[in-house]
Design a protein around this ligand. Structure first.
Ligand code: URP
Ligand code: ZN
Ligand code: ZN
Length: 460
């Protein structure tokens, strides 16, 4: 099958030009102006922005967490991602404390094999680093193509590792050319505040927010930066939310250190006033919590300054009934919110259309940088000859409204209900196949492939 996309405005992280793209099979074969190849299908892209498919490197699909499972599985989650212009996601495998990494991989394969509609990969979350786990690291990087290892400095008793394990893991991962992702908040500090609020009968979602003040994230981010500076391992802070944590990263640059930073769309656009809506605030209970307007300003500037390289979602949806598990106790509300379908359009509308970021920066933080940091560039994350034909067409002027009534995520509320956006994803190609067109998904469950990733050198 061959496709010719004609006369769109092609945007990559570095270029913007009018042109045609010729695709054969799964791959981009030629780019030029007025290409005269014949093709099985011609797509007229006049008036459209033609960009690489989005990559969301932080999602949780069908994940066992806080006594339940996140409500999107690999089928519904990757399909919803495609509707929103995200052609690839990276999900997290969670090691069970006391068990091997391999056992966790098999469990996750059991839920994902043959299920995905869009492409995906895994980060491996190490929750128990010991002499046995240490022996598995090389295999994951060299054989499984899973080169990124997630660590939690919070969720004590479930996912958290201590600094001793963290430093040991960093040294082993560095030896084999991988990188460490971190949920950087101070777990002990948070646990103290959670217990204190509960003992005082303060049980509403607002106290989820008040149990994780900015300092808990700023401190852990600085500590993480110190540990990767000492070990020389590559490090990536996931879902960074606030000015204090960003300043910890900024300080690390003063000793010529590079720390990769991801923020998520919700931290750029939503703020903690949502926790004042009584139990409805549970819709936005996530960790770290939403912050203040001054933090949003810091994050937008951080993107501009190159301190923040990736805008992800931490998509971790739960049905309202699941959120109700914490009706009388905020610490039992499953943490996470739905956004994988909304990220690209929200960032386009609120970022590009409102003049906060350029079109090139949009592509960089929504796709290219994730591909580079996580070892799959230039196969993914750009429009170039030889790259996978993962391509989106955006109508930059079409207006639409986000709603639970029209989204495809398997969750019964929208965290962005009624938001009016400018810019609509119209067509999505995944590895040379039209996946989304006329608001319909044209590819089946099983089309999505697991993407093996390569070692990285920390240069992007
Ligand atoms: O609230 C969140 N973020 N839920 C998912 C787990 C995590 O910490 O990323
Ligand atoms: Zn996290
Ligand atoms: Zn997460």
């Amino acid at each position: 099958m061959s496709i010719l996309i004609k006369q769109g405005t092609i945007v990559t992280a570095s270029d913007l030009y009018q042109g045609d793209i010729y695709i054969e099979g799964e791959t981009i074969k030629a780019i030029g102006n007025h290409l005269n190849m014949s093709a099985d299908r011609i797509i007229d892209a006049k008036g459209m922005l033609v960009m690489p498919g989005g990559i969301d490197p932080h999602v949780h699909l069908d994940m066992p967490f806080m006594g339940t499972f996140s409500s999107d599985n690999y089928e519904t989650g990757t399909r919803a991602a495609l509707f929103g212009g995200t052609t690839m996601v990276i999900d997290f495998i969670l090691q069970k404390q006391g068990n091997s990494l391999q056992a966790a991989l098999q469990e996750w394969k059991g839920r994902s094999d043959g299920q995905a509609v869009g492409d995906y990969s895994f980060h491996m979350a190490v929750t128990d680093f010991n002499e046995e786990t240490k022996k598995e690291i090389r295999h994951f990087i060299e054989e499984e193509g899973i080169i990124s290892f997630k660590t939690f400095m919070a969720y004590k008793g479930a996912l958290m590792i201590d600094d001793r394990q963290m430093v040991g893991l960093m040294q082993e991962v560095k030896k084999h050319g991988g990188l460490i992702n971190v949920h950087a908040t101070n777990g002990d500090f948070i646990d103290y505040l959670v217990a204190k609020h509960k003992s005082e009968g303060k049980l509403s979602p607002l106290y989820h927010y008040l149990s994780q003040p900015e300092v808990t994230e700023a401190e852990a981010s600085g500590r993480f930066a110190d540990m990767i500076n000492y070990t020389g391992c590559q490090g990536y802070i996931v879902h960074l939310t606030c000015e204090g944590a960003l300043n910890a990263v900024r300080r690390a640059t003063l000793r010529n250190q590079k720390v990769f930073v991801e923020t998520c769309i919700q931290y750029l656009l939503l703020d903690a006033s949502l926790y004042e809506k009584d139990f409805e605030g549970a819709k936005w209970v996530m960790s770290p919590p939403l912050r203040e307007k001054k933090d949003q300003a810091a994050l937008w500037s951080g993107i501009e300054q190159g301190l923040v390289q990736v805008v992800a979602t931490d998509h971790c949806p739960f049905m309202w009934e699941q959120k109700m598990m914490g009706k009388d106790d905020f610490s039992k509300i499953p943490n996470g919110h739905p956004a994988v379908e909304n990220r690209m359009e929200l960032l386009f509308s609120e970022g590009v259309k409102k003049g906060r970021i350029s079109l090139n920066k949009y592509v960089e933080v929504a796709s290219t940088n994730a591909a580079k940091i996580f070892g799959m560039f230039p196969k993914k994350g750009t429009i170039a000859v030889g790259s996978d034909a993962d391509i989106i067409l955006i109508d930059p002027n079409e207006k639409h409204t986000l709603s639970v009534k029209t989204h495809h995520m398997n969750v019964d509320y929208s965290a962005y209900e009624g938001w009016e956006l400018t810019g609509k994803i119209k067509t999505v190609l995944l590895r040379g196949k039209v996946a989304i067109e006329n608001n319909e998904c044209k590819v089946e469950k099983g089309y999505g492939q697991f993407v093996k990733r390569s070692k990285v050198d920390g240069k992007i």
